[in-house]
Design a protein around this ligand. Structure first.
Ligand code: SAM
Length: 219
């Protein structure tokens, strides 16, 4: 019952605030047609990420976990003319669809999809000339979140915004038996170091169930 209400309210805000459009709907359709799982952020969450990129005045964005590029396109839309977004994806099939979607959204000049396990591709960004990003969005395999947080710090400057999705996991963040919950608690142990980052968690409900975003600003 409550899930239906969350969905209805999410739909209401999506429609009311025009948080979807034919391009984003085509991304969903293309992902579905290609058999990608529907685990992208919701339209309202995509708009939230776009607003975060704007609020941070971000010119360079790093995303870990592309899927079909839905969140990449939301964030890419907020970039200035000379802005760039690099997104890391493990699965070739996902990367192919993401590149199609990014091309259809007219953002190929701004968004680059890099294929491979992020734990391997993250160190390579240095050799491509990347020193820091202004905003980093973590949304890939959950057990690696603590590693991704360390890499995010490596590619940060004071003021970099780090956002991580799915840290609440329907409350399983507190479940001692849940391995992904344990990964989130390990991630939180790192985020709790307030000499490095000033952070919080926003719990969310909606079409993606009960979950939440961690958000922090690097010191
Ligand atoms: N951010 C996307 C969006 O909202 O549109 C959703 C990303 S989905 C939740 C997670 C993605 O991370 C999947 O496409 C998955 O293949 C990818 N992934 C999983 N393990 C990975 C790894 N080790 N390195 C890079 N990507 C990985």
């Amino acid at each position: 019952m409550k899930e239906k209400l969350w969905n209805d309210v999410d739909d209401y805000f999506t429609e009311k605030l025009h948080n979807s459009d034919p391009v984003m709907e085509a991304v969903h359709q293309n992902n579905f047609d290609a058999g990608l799982p529907g685990i992208d952020v919701s339209p309202n969450q995509g708009k939230f990420l776009k607003l975060m990129v704007k609020l941070a005045n971000a010119k360079n964005v790093l995303e870990i976990g592309t899927l079909g590029g839905y969140s990449s396109i939301w964030m890419g839309r907020a970039l200035p003319d000379d802005g760039r977004l690099v997104t890391l994806e493990y699965k070739n099939a996902h990367a192919i669809v993401a590149r199609e979607n990014i091309e259809n959204a007219g953002l190929s000049d701004k968004i680059e999809v890099i294929e491979g396990a992020a734990i391997d591709t993250l160190p390579m960004l240095k050799s491509q000339g990347w020193t820091h990003f202004d905003l980093i969005f973590i949304d890939a395999d959950k057990p690696s979140y603590p590693h991704y947080f360390k890499w995010a710090l490596e590619y940060s400057r004071p003021g970099t915004v780090i956002i991580a999705d799915n840290v609440v996991r329907g409350g399983r963040v507190l479940d001692p038996e849940d391995p992904n919950g344990k990964a989130m608690r390990d991630f939180m142990d790192l985020m709790a170091d307030d000499t490095l980052i000033d952070g919080t968690v926003m719990q969310t409900v909606g079409s993606k169930g009960y979950d939440g975003f961690a958000i922090g600003i690097v010191k």
